[in-house]
Write a protein that binds this ligand. Structure first.
Ligand SMILES: *Cc1c(COP(=O)(O)O)cnc(C)c1O
Length: 364
């Protein structure tokens, strides 16, 4: 099977993990954690990093540190991975969904304002499948209505909006290092922020709420959301390769684009977009299968699977899954979700493999 995604690990990761094991620092203290936090925050253009056990808890930690609580509303794209919505629910707050931009699939900034109420406290833009959101418009709305911004950048390490890296726009911004993400620590995540006070709050909440100056004294209810030194050891090595991985993802995207441009011109499929103001990192290369293609999206996925090619369908829109079911209209998200598939995009993908995949897609 040619996988949709797989981590790319080498001698550098192995050397760091070996060092961590030999040192005995395998739990949530050790030199790699601080190094990973500092270096990754710097990569995003901000000062503070708070490493955690996974990407989902980064989002929860961010909302908790910002004081999101029962009765609050948080703006979330309808088309996202379920964790973005769930973390709002964990705070006993309510996710309020907004439709996708039909052209680049992320939250449509034109449709945010109509969803804002006196209860709205924050906007969580998700840089979907590696494409950044329109952060200029989102920050303007946030300023007008005095809302926090928490970027969910789990799928977009290294992506840029107008030349500025994602992770640098909101009050707190969140990354995942799950096995299929652009860089991985197995499980893992990081909150990044410019704000020293918020970073401090998150460190406390990450460690059961323990007062940093008084052991076993808790002013608030916290969590165990810590990252281990073993995870950070892998993260430090992965981060050094991130620019190379992003270049490789973009190269893979160019090869798919070249190979599929004719189908796109004939209106049989749509290619993953990259807006003029965006640098997309193509976490997973995506295409939309149009009616004219002749085979349905699911039929094409089945055919590719029979040929040893793994693909994934797009996420379901949040308003269609049971916990968040509603009959409100999200036409763009529904259509994109119904038509979209992720093609193999691992950084280890070979050119011959891409040629083989292209052949199978093009033969209909
Ligand atoms: C992967 C992902 C997460 C969650 O990250 P985990 O590390 O798997 O918990 C959150 N949001 C989005 C958009 C993701 O793709």
């Amino acid at each position: 099977m040619i996988p949709v995604a797989e981590p790319s690990l080498g001698e550098e990761e192995l050397a760091n993990v070996t060092e961590a094991v030999k040192s005995g620092w395998i739990s949530s203290k050790g030199r790699f954690i601080e190094e990973f936090e500092n270096e990754f925050a710097k990569y995003c253009g901000v000062k503070y990093g708070v490493a955690t056990s996974n990407g989902t808890v980064t989002l929860h930690l961010a909302l908790k540190a910002l004081g999101i609580e029962a009765g609050d509303e948080v703006i979330v794209p309808d088309l996202t991975f379920v964790a973005t919505a769930n973390v709002v629910t964990y705070c006993n707050a309510r996710p309020v969904f907004v439709d996708s931009h039909p052209q680049y699939w992320c939250v449509d900034p034109e449709k945010i304002e109509e969803k804002i109420t006196p209860k709205t406290k924050a906007i969580m833009p998700v840089h979907l499948y590696g494409h950044p959101c329109d952060m200029g418009m989102i920050l303007e709305i946030a300023e007008d209505y005095d809302l926090y911004v928490v970027e969910d950048a789990a799928e977009s390490h290294g992506a840029e909006y107008k030349g500025k890296r994602v992770g640098s726009f909101g009050e707190i911004n969140c990354f995942s290092f799950y096995g299929n993400k652009i860089i991985s620590t197995g499980e893992g995540g990081m909150c990044v922020t410019k704000d020293e006070e918020l970073a401090g709050k998150m460190r406390i909440l990450r460690d059961h709420g323990m007062n940093p100056n008084k052991r076993y004294w808790y002013d608030v209810v916290g969590y165990n959301y810590r990252m281990t030194n073993l995870q950070a050891a892998i993260g430090v090595a992965q981060l050094r390769k991130l620019d190379r991985f992003v270049e490789k993802k973009r190269e893979i995207a160019r090869l798919y684009e070249e190979g599929l441009s004719e189908l796109a011109e004939r209106g049989l499929i749509k290619l993953q977009p990259e807006m003029a103001w965006a640098k997309c990192v193509y976490w997973m290369y995506c295409i939309l299968i149009e009616d004219k293609f002749g085979r349905s999206r699911n039929e094409l996925m089945k055919k590719l699977e029979e040929n040893g090619i793994e693909t994934r369908p797009f996420f379901y829109p949040m308003h269609l899954i049971p916990p968040y079911e509603s009959n409100k209209a999200f036409p763009a998200a529904e259509q994109i979700s119904r038509e979209g598939i992720n093609l193999p995009s691992a950084v280890g993908l070979k050119e011959e493999e891409i040629k083989f995949i292209l052949e199978k897609v093009k033969s209909g």
